[in-house]
Design a protein around this ligand. Structure first.
Ligand code: AMP
Length: 356
């Protein structure tokens, strides 16, 4: 059963991903109710309704759930308890299992390994002895990461010399960590797949991602220079992953390209920054696709609408001068997220350009 026009979609989280989901839900005839712990959030500015409450407020979550027909989320650190509070009232897509896996780097890697995928060599670290053994097993350089709550390069430290290891461990809280071998990748790419309520799959062309200081700066689609065999293997892994999870919606999986094959880095059980180019560059944007999937509609066309596209994030103060782009580059597409505070490194908007 699909959600008819006039249906109401609830979104947990009010950032730019929620904003672009709300903007994509409107032409399909849907209303959006945002649940967010920030009053003037980017998504609420373009939505029908806002519940301003904490994600730990189960009563507020239940009230919110009763006003909508289906719930999704736009960030993966939504407490799993919030999804458990809502799920008996209305469907939540993607489900709690996808969140649980994505919230814990160790659980995520074990899950991917169980499906035959290959992450970078890694070890769990909960003590000084664990870290010493992990450094001995994996070698240096390596990256120490918190299992939970890491994003945009936060919650990680690169270790180049054994003498730095203990300071890095203490800086990250001492336990609940993983050590990952440093991967000398040739490039990073992501695979975005949508899985519909009927189990259908739709995959976008692979996207190359260029990070600066752990933050995505630029994405290029289709990703140039990848080994087609490695891309096919990465796609097959994502296809298995969404089927095993019974996933409904768009997922993004990030990979390191190496001469020996693609290594799985991490998954985001949601629409993703590396898919923003699809708004103008694909037949159906990742946002419209996600809404279609969770509403039980047919999936849209993931093909390119041109030769290729690049998306560049506008970080911090860069967004202040963004309107000048409209005159300088009439063919560029500008998206601003309506954030008041332009903190350094904060994602304030993005620009998409057709290449070629
Ligand atoms: P993550 O939050 O784990 O995706 O890390 C953010 C970025 O740090 C990645 O996109 C990479 O550019 C870099 N990075 C993370 N882990 C590794 C690794 N094991 N080897 C090399 N670079 C890494």
């Amino acid at each position: 059963m699909s959600l008819p026009p006039g249906g109401r979609i609830g979104i947990l989280g009010g950032g730019q991903l929620g904003r672009m989901l709300a903007l994509a839900a409107a032409p399909l005839g849907y209303r959006v109710h945002v649940f967010c712990d920030e009053a003037d959030c980017p998504a609420a500015q373009v939505s029908d309704r806002l519940t301003f409450a904490s994600f730990d407020d189960l009563a507020a979550l239940e009230r919110f759930a009763r006003t909508v027909d289906v719930v999704t989320y736009e960030f993966e650190n939504v407490p799993v308890a919030a999804v458990h509070a809502i799920a008996p009232i209305v469907p939540v897509h993607p489900g709690a299992r996808a969140l649980e896996v994505a919230q814990d780097r160790a659980a995520e890697k074990r899950f991917v390994e169980s499906l035959g995928g290959r992450p970078a060599p890694w070890r769990p670290v909960d003590s000084a002895a664990d870290l010493e053994a992990a450094v001995a097993a994996l070698g240096l350089p390596a990256i120490l990461k918190t299992r939970r709550m890491g994003y945009d390069g936060k919650g990680q430290r690169r270790i180049d010399h054994a003498r730095e290891a203990e300071a890095a461990r203490h800086a990250l809280g001492g336990r609940g960590l993983i050590l990952e071998a440093f991967v000398p990748f040739t490039s990073e790419f992501s695979i975005l797949v949508a899985r519909g309520a009927d189990g259908a799959h739709a995959c976008y062309p692979p996207v190359e991602n260029i990070h600066e200081g752990g933050i995505l700066r630029r994405s290029v689609a289709p990703a140039p220079g990848l080994d087609p065999g490695h891309v096919a293997a990465a796609r097959a892994l994502v296809d298995r992953l969404v089927d095993v999870l019974g996933y409904v919606g768009v997922i993004a999986c990030e990979f390191f390209a190496t001469p020996a094959g693609a290594l799985f880095n991490e998954m985001a059980p949601r629409v993703h920054n590396s898919g923003h180019w699809t708004i103008e560059g694909a037949g159906c944007s990742q946002f419209a696709q996600h809404v279609r999937a969770i509403a039980g509609l047919a999936l849209g066309d993931t093909g390119l609408r041109g030769q290729g596209f690049e998306m560049v994030n506008l970080l911090g103060s860069e967004a202040g001068a963004a309107h000048a782009l409209l005159a300088a580059e009439p063919r560029a597409w500008l998206h601003l997220y309506g954030k008041a505070e332009a903190a350094a490194g904060r994602k304030m908007g993005h620009v998409t350009r057709e290449l070629g």
